[in-house]
Design a protein around this ligand. Structure first.
Ligand code: GLN
Length: 298
């Protein structure tokens, strides 16, 4: 038998909102209470006086305490919505960010063949690959990640959503078998290793391998730009997410590697957030530092 507490949804939410120190305390509290009670967030507005059982109130309090200690809401719910897809998340991957949906939009706008071959490098939860698969089930999408738990999670998400993505374990291109892609997308790690943001907010609970990339944050983007041409078809696209202040550096790397039609696009906050370029094999390599080496043979 469940006893009723005298606590209403509104009382719980108001109290929790004052304790949670985040950009969106009320939203965080509503998501947690909705998760526990199965009640929708709109119902909290429509029926603020609805009472919550003692058991639910206790579970809510435990989650609020964890949130107050900084744990990301996505980890407490075990889930994060991305491109309207409910994705399972875990501590082994980056929590998908709304801004990465802008990268999906840019990818969907590219002139690609009907059965485009697409590669998502460092897929994490599978967010980008699965969003693209949900829009274009006919595309042949491969997603890779260096972390075994991420590979398992991305496969789980694909199965749960009934979407077809081939998920393979590979650190960037290293373990991929030969093939060429019409589009390579990536949200790689791009935060400089001494960046003060790493001590604030959700990133404290996310793996460094998904966030940090050398002293200027560009180690992985450098490697991707350098190696991608060997994996792109003639006229294929490379599209990467990066930090708001890295657009010039990333565009410089793309140009130096010989990419054409290099462009930077913005996120929801109108910050420079991603850069794309097109590979044409006849393109001149401007910077001799970028030798394609053996990769050319593939
Ligand atoms: N956009 C994320 C953040 O700043 C970082 C994502 C990444 O490194 N790929 O919190």
């Amino acid at each position: 038998m469940t006893s009723k507490s005298s606590l209403t949804c509104e009382a719980l939410l108001t109290k929790a909102s004052t304790r949670i120190d985040s950009d969106s305390p009320r939203l965080d509290a509503e998501l947690l209470l909705s998760h526990i009670t199965g009640l929708s967030r709109t119902s909290f507005r429509a029926w603020p006086e609805r009472e919550v059982t003692d058991a639910h109130a206790e579970t809510f309090e435990a989650l609020v305490q964890e949130r107050v200690a900084g744990r990301p809401v996505a980890h407490l719910l075990g889930q994060q919505e991305f491109w309207s897809l409910p994705l399972k998340v875990s501590a082994s991957t980056l929590i998908p960010r709304p801004d990465t949906e802008c990268l999906v939009e840019v990818a969907l706008d590219l002139p690609l063949p009907p059965q485009a071959r697409v590669l998502d490098l460092g897929t994490g939860s599978g967010a980008i690959a699965l969003a693209l698969a949900s829009e274009h089930p006919e595309w042949q999408i491969t997603a890779c990640d260096a972390v075994a738990d991420a590979v398992a999670l991305a496969r789980d998400n694909a199965d749960a959503l009934g979407l077809t993505v081939s998920v393979v374990k590979s650190s960037w291109f290293s373990e991929l078998t030969s093939g060429r892609f019409d589009l390579i997308v990536s949200n790689p790690p791009y935060i400089p290793d001494n960046d003060h943001h790493l001590t604030e907010g959700d990133v404290r609970f996310e793996p460094a391998s998904a966030l940090v990339s050398g002293s200027d944050g560009l180690d992985d983007i450098r490697l991707i730009a350098d190696q991608a041409p060997a994996w792109l078809v003639e006229g294929g696209w490379l599209l990467v997410e990066h930090g708001f202040d890295q657009a010039e550096a990333v565009a410089g790397l793309f140009h130096a590697r010989g990419f054409k039609d290099v462009e930077t696009r913005q996120d929801y906050g109108n910050r420079d957030r991603m850069t794309l370029g097109r590979w044409c094999s006849g393109a001149e390599v401007i910077d001799p530092a970028f030798n394609r080496g053996d990769a050319d043979a593939q």
